[in-house]
Write a protein that binds this ligand. Sequence first.
Ligand SMILES: [Zn+2]
Length: 324
Amino acid sequence: MNKTPITLKIDDPAPIVSVYYSHAKQRTTADGRPLIKHYPTSFLKDFCDVIEKRGIMGKFSIVPAPGNYGDIVNGIEGITMEEMHEWLDIAKSRVTVRFDICPEMLTHNKAVDLESGKVLELTEREWASTQNFGTLTPYISKALSILKQAGFDCTGVTSPWDFGIQVEEEYVRAISQAMFDVYGKKNVWYFLRALRNTPGAKPWVAYDDGDRCVVSVPATTDDVFWQTINCARTDDEYISAVADELITADGKRGQIIDVLETGGYPIMITHWQSLCSNGLFTGLRALDEVGKRINEHLSDKVEWMKVSDLMRLVLADKSAYPKR
Ligand SMILES: [Zn+2]
């Protein structure tokens, strides 16, 4: 491999409804504007325009039962089946070309009792903290199954918040079992950890029983786009300043450069709400600018990959990616 892999992980997307709204502690932005509940389908189309134009690749979560509002097979409260299907069809035809699709557990809000379908008092994060292989496996399987039923070929799993971090060994085995049970795949990646300011930050083999493997793919930069949720500025100078945090216009500084300089892989993270910017879409404009700068300055150094490509790279040379 001559070039360093670069990838972008997008957390929290769902058809039109805002998963962030569903679980936000405060229903206003930090500067007092009401949080929006729905994101227009045109936003997904604009996102596709940006990733196609800049060649950006990575993983894209689809929360299968977003916010306890229903699910992507049977319908979601507040939007029509037609609207939901239009969104899912765009994701299928345009997003999957460049991004892996994965669940981010079931709801990214309250946990659900699988047998009765009843919504529990605990968030999925709280629920997971006391679970084990036996209870996590069906929960993850359910999330994967809904995406499979909706026509998506998943390659990995994203943890809502820090889901499973207290029981990570059990969680990792459960991810492997669920992926095998639902899709028959022996290899799977998951996203839980962040490795910021860690020299040489790369993915690692978290589980290997000689037959099946699980690769942990950490984020190695911050979600610099998140700040756009809480700021009403839309001028070009602001957009440029947000992009600067990842890579400056001259390509010399920023978190991506820092990661590359220490021999790590730039594995960027953002959220659907960060790109939507509470309806101003300034985060998406900043992502477009970041993509442009990467192409201008780093095209001979980095290569865009899906997260599953990164997983395959790790599995082809396991000893180079030891468990952390
Ligand atoms: Zn999330």
